[in-house]
Write a protein that binds this ligand. Structure first.
Ligand code: FAD
Length: 623
């Protein structure tokens, strides 16, 4: 049966990639359908109930700056907020929030249900409709045919998903949800380059059976920060602490004793797992000299006793899971509510994607999220937003958008995926960005909100708030530049308190703020400094821009120099076999992955700066 309405864009999957994709596509003006297995699981956190962290928080702020939902939903659902690396430089500072998973799902669902241009439908997508090399729609499990010019697949861990607990295994998309078998089969038939990855999750604990007196309390920051640039502290629900405990020698012995029944160590699991988020058995094996690992006990919500023990992700058999958690201080009598497990799933080599995240082989078919070999809600959400915009733009006959590496972590993420591919689940770190100083959490709006407005995905409220902030920072910077403090009017004790030494001459306030040890708030306590800004975002931005101006300008020069080569488009008919001097391996790699720009070519594995010079010479010759 053909569904009566035709859509511009169909998004398959209502996880973190799919929900941002559907919202972005609808915001960009495309008539959008979100097709997902189960409306109850929209926005479900499959693993840890937390959002953000180093590198990941940066992505969440970028999604927010572009009008996405993740940060705002976290402000409504977050039960503990912290700024990580608070004492370090602003480039590596990151927001992290523990979320009530029910409130988070509610916040996401509310946004989806009430969005213009967006229709929800609960059904599994089993097949794609194709017209030659172009996607034409989706066929569901009941045989309903939905037509659209662009289709976005965000199937997460569901494609050929296989859950493992010890040597037991069965097909599932995650615990309690069916795997996507028909769709996975169909994608394999289309000869898209497929691989297997794995990820895991810890057993969940009943908080009433934990002896917290044997653990260490970890409160959130007070006052709690907000995630969204439009967020307000009053939106946060009640705040709660987490607790810390650790594994010990006995825990490690129990784990070692169970390895002969571990699907990872007996070769039952073939997929590669995330190196940076390893299972506890992997940690014991890899760091054999370490006699203890920290475990964070994180509440899953305000209306449940369920606790997420971060750090004991495992696929060991249930009896070993029970013994190992009960060997940990505070967990001696703990009841496991849900066993931990690992899941293996299909992903598709992202080098088969353009920078718009459209597949190179099937026009109009886009991929986002875990299906591209990434791990994490934030990585998924960021890709989802990009793909939603690009699917809508393609249908509208507009050019695709993808930020550069110097503009956004989203640019770094997409570029890494499409040029380097993945050999293990990819997660974001600040160390992946070469222009860290420019890509801070605090300036994500500065970098992206104007672009989002041009793309049509930033609404009036966000745009107005951003302009007010930008004007206020400019005004305050100008005020600090034109306000002088005079040693005759500043008592020596005040100068020493704020500046660490007496004022030897007259200074502009802005120049004093540039000193590394002088904070904006302390500066304002100097007599004659006037009333400063009370809005914390304006104050923070004024201070960071003043302090880091020199470094940031130097980085901007560097970016400009690199930019010319970076964006040089490579002809689509370029035959790399004809480029003189290139090694056979480099020729083959470039012919295989067909980078779109010289910048992308430079990041293809094995491509050296010398190879890039040869390529440049060849391009000049062709002109
Ligand atoms: P998902 O959130 O998985 O959403 C996929 C959606 O697509 C679901 O709603 C599903 O129902 C729907 N769907 C799938 N197929 C179809 C179909 N054919 N038709 C209709 N709907 C369909 N991340 C970390 O950062 N750290 C971790 O430690 C970690 N551990 C994890 C452990 C486990 C067991 C699992 C399952 C995930 C873990 N993750 C972890 C990953 C994290 O959950 C994902 O990265 C993130 O949810 C990916 O988002 P997504 O939108 O790509 O996919």
């Amino acid at each position: 049966m053909l569904f009566p309405a035709r859509f511009d864009v169909i998004v398959v999957g209502g996880g973190h990639a799919g929900t941002e994709a559907a919202l972005a596509s609808a915001r960009a003006g495309a008539k959008t359908l979100l097709l997902t297995h189960n409306i109850e699981t929209l926005g479900q956190m499959s693993c840890n109930p937390s959002i953000g962290g180093i590198g990941k928080g940066h992505l969440v702020k970028e999604v927010d700056a572009l009008g996405g939902a993740m940060a705002a939903a976290t402000d409504e659902a977050g039960i503990q907020f912290r700024i990580l690396n608070a004492s370090k430089g602003p480039a590596v500072r990151a927001t992290r929030a523990q979320a009530d998973r029910m409130l988070y799902k509610q916040a996401i669902r509310h946004r989806l249900e009430n969005h213009p241009n967006l229709t929800l439908f609960q059904q599994a997508a089993d097949d794609l409709m194709l017209h030659g090399d172009r996607v034409a729609g989706v066929v569901t499990q009941l045989g309903i045919r939905f037509e659209a010019a662009a289709v976005v697949l965000t199937a997460g861990t569901f494609l050929n998903g296989m859950v493992h607990v010890g040597l037991e295994n069965y097909r599932a998309g995650r615990f309690g949800d069916p795997a996507s078998i028909s769709l996975a089969q169909r994608l394999r038939e289309m000869r898209l380059p497929v691989g297997r990855l794995k990820t895991g999750t810890p057993p969940r604990l009943d908080g009433r059976t934990i002896d917290y007196s044997r653990t260490q309390i970890q409160p959130g920051d007070d006052p709690a920060p907000v995630f969204s640039f439009l967020g307000r502290r009053e939106q946060h629900p009640r705040q709660v602490p987490c607790w810390i405990t650790q594994t010990n020698a006995r825990t490690h012995d129990i784990i070692r004793g169970g390895l002969d029944r571990s699907p990872m160590f007996t070769g039952v699991i073939e997929g590669i797992g995330p190196r940076y988020c390893p299972s506890i058995e992997d940690k014991i094996h890899r760091f054999a000299g370490k006699d203890s690992h920290q475990i964070f006990l994180e509440p899953e919500g305000l209306t449940t006793h369920e606790i997420y023990p971060q750090g004991v992700s495992t696929s060991l058999p249930f009896d070993v899971q029970l013994a190992l958690v009960r060997s940990i201080a505070g967990l001696e009598n703990v009841h496991i509510l849900r066993p931990g497990y690992a899941i293996e799933y299909d992903y598709f080599d992202p080098r088969n994607l353009k920078a718009s995240l459209e597949t190179k082989s099937i026009a109009g078919l886009f991929f986002a999220g875990q299906i591209n070999g990434t791990t994490g809600y934030e990585e998924a959400a960021a890709q989802g937003l990009l793909v939603g915009v690009n699917a809508a733009r393609q249908v509208q006959g507009k050019e695709a958008w993808s930020p550069r590496r110097d503009q956004a972590y989203l640019g770094v993420l997409v570029d890494d995926l499409v040029t380097r591919g993945v050999s293990e689940p990819y997660r974001m770190f600040t160390s992946r960005a070469e222009y860290r100083l420019s890509l801070r959490e605090d300036n994500a709006d500065w970098r992206l909100t104007e672009i989002g407005r041009e793309l049509g995905i930033v609404n009036d409220a966000r745009w107005d708030a951003f302009n007010r902030k930008r004007d206020a920072v400019a005004r305050e910077t100008e005020r600090l530049h034109s306000t002088w403090v005079n040693p005759k009017l500043v008592p020596e004790a005040d100068a020493v308190r704020v500046l660490g030494k007496p004022l030897e001459r007259e200074y502009r306030l802005l120049d004093l703020l540039r000193r590394p040890d002088v904070s904006y708030q302390s500066l304002l306590t100097l007599p004659g400094s006037g009333a400063g800004e009370t809005d914390p975002q304006v104050a923070e931005q004024t201070e960071i821009q003043a302090k880091y101006r020199g470094y940031i300008e130097r980085q901007r020069d560097e970016i400009e120099r690199a930019h010319n080569n970076e964006t040089l488009a490579l002809p689509t008919d370029l035959d790399y076999a004809e480029v003189r001097g290139l090694s056979i391996e480099v020729r083959q790699r470039l012919n295989q992955y067909r980078p779109e720009t010289l910048g992308q070519a430079s990041r293809v594995q094995g491509v050296t700066p010398a190879a890039i010079s040869l390529l440049l010479v060849h391009l000049k010759r062709r002109e």
